[in-house]
Design a protein around this ligand. Structure first.
Ligand code: ADP
Ligand code: MG
Length: 258
């Protein structure tokens, strides 16, 4: 299930500068699509637009070949797994209960939780290496543990697409790599993965296509080699840096200079 936008414009207030300005993107099934850009460049706004939680000013958004306006809220929430940048969970819940919430879009008064739902929850906990946390109170988790559990909730939903906003920002190297490998495998199994990240090197390594935003506009888009170019990145990030091929991993690496 793909995501496509054309000439997408989002403005939070009338007359305010556009948070997204004429953005065109295409994220395809079976691939990881990375969204990059400095703070405030519109990455989270793009996620909200793709989930229809923000109203667009103009332009088109197509999800699975249909205008996003033709989707019901329920269809969208069943089909797309979302991990937002921040979330306040202020009521007492166990980890298993929180991950079970990923099944809610599939349940109804006529269809209560069954063995398949519980299996999806267990599988999601395992894939995020969070089984041993399942009985814990969510409020007692560390930032990184909570992040893994939130990703597990999105996977428990068994969505056709995943959109994640800086999902590994508070994870250590082991769990960051484990999550990226998991996202890569999900994409290889046919899922559409939209990954918002600040990690240029991990994007180069795990993503197929990149979108670099700068103040709401597309600064560059394409393969890692097309986007991760010194002159482009230096202008967008306003810092001198070096882009080199790392022979060890066979991918581009970006290093900021002093
Ligand atoms: P990023 O995720 O790349 O850091 P955002 O999409 O959050 O950027 O923000 C893009 C721009 O829109 C920023 O200028 C930000 O201040 C503004 N913005 C984001 N959310 C809101 C909001 N709810 N109300 C008003 N302005 C917002
Ligand atoms: Mg953001």
């Amino acid at each position: 299930m793909n995501f496509r936008t054309r000439d997408l414009v989002v403005r939070y207030r009338k007359g305010a500068p556009a948070a997204l300005s004429r953005v065109a993107m295409a994220a395809e099934p079976g691939s990881v699509f990375a969204v990059l850009g400095p703070n405030g460049s519109g990455k989270s706004t793009l996620m909200r637009a793709l989930l229809r939680t923000v109203v667009r000013d103009s332009g088109e958004i197509h999800v699975g070949g249909r205008s996003i306006d033709d989707w019901s809220r329920r269809e969208l929430s069943r089909t797309i797994g979302a991990v937002a940048q921040t979330e306040v969970i202020s009521f007492p819940l166990s980890v298993r209960e929180l991950v079970s919430m990923g099944r809610y879009p599939h349940l109804s008064p006529l269809r209560s939780e069954g063995p398949a739902d519980r299996e999806a929850v267990e599988r999601a906990l395992e894939r995020c290496e969070a089984e041993e946390l399942s009985a814990r109170e969510v409020g007692t988790l560390s930032g990184g543990e909570l992040q893994r559990v939130r990703i597990a909730r999105a996977l428990a939903q068994e969505p056709r697409a995943l959109i994640l906003d800086e999902p590994t920002a508070s994870l250590d190297i082991h769990h960051e790599m484990a999550i990226l490998r998991l996202l890569r495998r999900s994409a290889d199994d046919g899922m559409t993965v939209v990954l918002i990240t600040h990690e240029l090197n991990l994007a180069a390594r795990f993503a197929d296509r990149l979108l670099l935003l700068d103040r709401g506009r597309v600064a560059a888009t394409g393969s890692p080699a097309e986007v991760l170019r010194e002159e482009v990145l230096e202008e967008v990030y306003r810092w001198r840096l070096r882009v080199r091929e790392d022979p060890e991993v066979g991918r581009l690496t970006v290093t900021p200079l002093d």
